[in-house]
Design a binder for this molecule. Structure first.
Ligand code: HEM
Length: 227
């Protein structure tokens, strides 16, 4: 079979370089979010300890940011602006660039079950960094929704008079507080698994630091199917 001859220069021009798996804006926003989340969670625990929701359960001074509740509140109120603004830019970027659609969708229940079964058999395949498995996609979507929910419930308990409509929509002040606490628990659970997996598969951590391999713009990130 005859093949058209291509000069090396043409070949380079013809192959689109593609973006990094994690473009610079995503990496910057991810690490800002990680640092701010740490501040929000530990300062939140300081505020919680002043008036516990679960009787008899406090986090203790070792886990708290801020010597007493007023300091924890200062950290929490300073951090919330970074969390909300960084998160908003991440959401807009994810939607406008098509990243969410490409990397997080679609999720098929059968694939979620299959990945869970494989993981329980300690088959954590992660050869191809450019493919998020169904469980990863699901967990990322859950944590993004939990982050949005934290901002909404947080706004309600921060300014309950100004946002009284939102407070009643959430079932009252105490209910909004409990929802805020549950959101924190979901995020802490996610982070524990997420960090453990990143340490188990260090090349994913390296990719989140330096960008990872280049991905063709049209690559649909979907297990086993690339278009
Ligand atoms: C020190 C803490 C953290 C480490 C070491 C870490 C590490 C990583 C790594 C390695 C990836 C890429 C995963 C892959 O390509 O398979 C990633 C992605 C991601 N992480 Fe983290 N992470 C941390 C904290 C967080 C926190 C606190 C959140 C949110 C609450 C978070 C949310 C996400 C999300 C949503 C993605 C997917 C980003 C995208 O593709 O757009 N991470 N993280």
């Amino acid at each position: 079979m005859s093949q058209a001859k291509t000069s090396p220069v043409t070949a380079v021009r013809a192959a689109p370089a593609g973006r990094r798996l994690h473009p610079l804006p995503v990496r910057i926003m991810h690490w800002i979010n990680a640092a701010v989340m740490l501040i929000m969670i530990t300062s939140g625990w300081g505020i919680y300890d002043d008036d516990p929701i679960i009787r008899g359960f406090v986090f203790g001074s070792f886990w708290r940011l801020g010597d007493w509740a007023a300091w924890s509140l200062n950290w929490h109120f300073a951090g919330m602006w970074f969390l909300a603004i960084n998160g908003l830019i991440y959401l807009i970027y994810g939607i406008v660039s098509g990243r969410f659609r490409e990397r997080l969708l679609p999720i098929r229940p059968a694939e979620v079950v299959q990945t869970v079964v494989e993981t329980l058999h300690f088959k954590i395949a992660h050869e191809d960094l450019t493919v998020y498995n169904a469980v990863q996609k699901l967990l990322y979507i859950i944590v993004i929704l939990a982050g949005i929910s934290q901002v909404v419930t947080g706004v309600a308990i921060w300014k309950p008079i100004q946002f009284s409509g939102l407070v009643s929509l959430l079932g009252g002040f105490q209910s909004a507080r409990v929802l805020h606490f549950i959101g924190m628990a979901v995020i802490v659970g996610f982070v524990a698994v997420h960090v453990a997996l990143a340490l188990l598969v260090p090349k994913t951590l390296w990719a989140m630091l330096q960008g990872g391999p280049r991905v063709k713009p049209s690559t649909r990130v979907q297990r086993g199917v690339k278009s």
